[in-house]
Design a protein around this ligand. Structure first.
Ligand SMILES: Cc1cc2nc3c(=O)[nH]c(=O)nc-3n(C[C@H](O)[C@H](O)[C@H](O)COP(=O)(O)O)c2cc1C
Length: 416
């Protein structure tokens, strides 16, 4: 379905030939100061045409708020927003009417629905013909996510000081250095799963620093190598994949709903709903699978405020599917975009073998533009799980205090 969330619900609508596309966001608390400008900041970071590393298409993406807000304050009622489709041209015949693009969504949408939008891969697609309209369908889903995420993010920042920052951590084989060395198979002599340098980056990184480089990689040496890698793919009429890392800071403990709606399960679901994603890992992730428990456990320590914290954070801020107040960090893998202008041997819809060289403009690498989309989906997940936990706590707080439980069943008082 095109709806995500339980208490903070985001529904998106629109196809390529609609007069407008948009979203309805239900469950935003009343009393939040919100303007179109708050949303536009993130929309502008997602837009194409930002540098020579993204598609040169020029889309305006101007958000028009339709309901749920008066005098710049949310009313608690559904917030509807639209973005007008300024280029509703009739369908231009092209080679992708004959050929499903390899590894795009054209074929599966047609198999699933029996009909397909004239622009190819339905709501997931970004068909690259010469027409400016070509990218419209792709904007639909991404616009709505980014706009809804911006609303969630504003609440999270004001209510809890929660910060969400994503950045490009890999392009092809070029990565920000994350580990010092690999595990010795004989001795189990393992380095820490993530290097000190990378952990410091996660602690301090800001969006301003991320946006300093067109790749959105905040590690200057690596950023330059990534740029060259993307340009090489572009010159070869090819594309290249990459990874986005995201950190969520100042999260309260207790978010996440065991058993099926664990915090990391919700995050994984949200991240893997972004087009072109191929992988998700949290905390030490797949690196953690290589080290013994003695090197991977996060021992508890008393924090300055008397609460329990952990000395290390290989768990990535989540244990048992519930946040533990440490930073949550995770990584998302994106494939190389499917639409390439290099000729590929493939087959038409009717099975006739042939060659497809997609015309038009496309992203040689999606990760620089995926950064605000990852942040948006993370914001939506945190917002939904925060509202669920707050409603549980509010309901419990209405009951008379319990004094009969054994001391082992409750958190001991903190030292003064
Ligand atoms: C920010 C962003 C930009 C994208 N740009 C393109 C593009 O220019 N060309 C393309 O073929 N795919 C692009 N994609 C990926 C496709 O939308 C996606 O691969 C397609 O819908 C098929 O879905 P799947 O890869 O999830 O299976 C982009 C994805 C993202 C997140």
């Amino acid at each position: 379905m095109s709806t995500y969330g339980t208490l903070f619900r985001v529904s998106t609508f629109g196809e390529s030939h609609c007069p407008s596309i948009g979203a309805i966001i239900d469950g935003c608390p009343p009393g939040l100061e919100l303007s179109a400008a708050d949303i536009q900041v993130q929309m502008n970071r997602r837009r194409p045409g930002q540098s020579d590393l993204t598609t040169p298409r020029n889309e305006k993406d101007a958000v028009l708020l339709q309901s749920g807000i008066e005098h710049g304050v949310t009313l608690g009622t559904p917030i509807a927003l639209i973005v007008r489709n300024e280029d509703q041209r009739p369908h231009d015949y092209s080679e992708t009417d004959l050929y499903p693009r390899p590894s795009h969504a054209d074929y599966t949408y047609l198999e699933k629905y029996g009909v397909k939008a004239s622009s190819g891969g339905g709501r997931s697609s970004a068909r690259e013909t010469a027409a400016k309209r070509s990218s419209w369908i792709f904007i639909i889903v991404q616009t709505a996510r980014v706009a809804a995420g911006a609303i969630a993010e504003k609440y999270l920042k004001l209510a809890h000081g929660i910060e969400i920052v994503a950045f490009v951590s890999g392009v092809g084989k070029v990565h920000i250095p994350v580990t010092a060395a690999s595990v010795d198979e004989e001795t189990d002599d393992a380095p820490e799963p993530l290097s000190e340098e990378f952990r410091t980056l996660l602690k301090n990184i800001s969006r301003d620093e991320v946006d300093k480089h067109t790749t959105r990689c905040p590690h200057p040496d690596t950023a330059e190598r990534m740029k060259q890698r993307i340009l090489r793919a572009k010159e070869a009429s090819d594309s290249i994949g990459g990874t986005v890392t995201c950190v969520i800071r100042n999260l309260p403990a207790g978010l996440g709903e065991p058993v099926f709606d664990k915090f990391e399960a919700k995050l994984a679901h949200a991240m893997l709903s972004i087009p072109a994603t191929k992988g998700f890992e949290i905390g030490s992730g797949f690196r953690g699978a290589e080290v013994p428990g003695s090197k991977h456990n996060d021992p508890f320590v008393r924090r300055a405020d008397g609460s329990l914290g952990t000395q290390t954070n290989w768990s990535g801020g989540v244990q048992g599917g519930i946040t533990n107040r440490e930073d949550v960090y995770f990584r998302v893998g994106f494939k190389p975009p499917a639409t390439i202008s290099q000729a590929q041997a493939t087959a038409q819809y009717d099975g006739t073998p042939g060659t497809l060289a997609a015309r038009g403009r496309h992203d040689p690498c999606v990760v620089p533009r995926a950064v605000p989309i990852v942040e948006a989906m993370a914001s939506i997940v945190v917002m939904d799980l925060l509202l669920i936990q707050k409603s549980r706590q509010a309901a419990a707080s209405l009951l008379p205090p319990i004094t009969t439980l054994p001391v082992t069943m409750v958190m001991p008082p903190r030292p003064a």
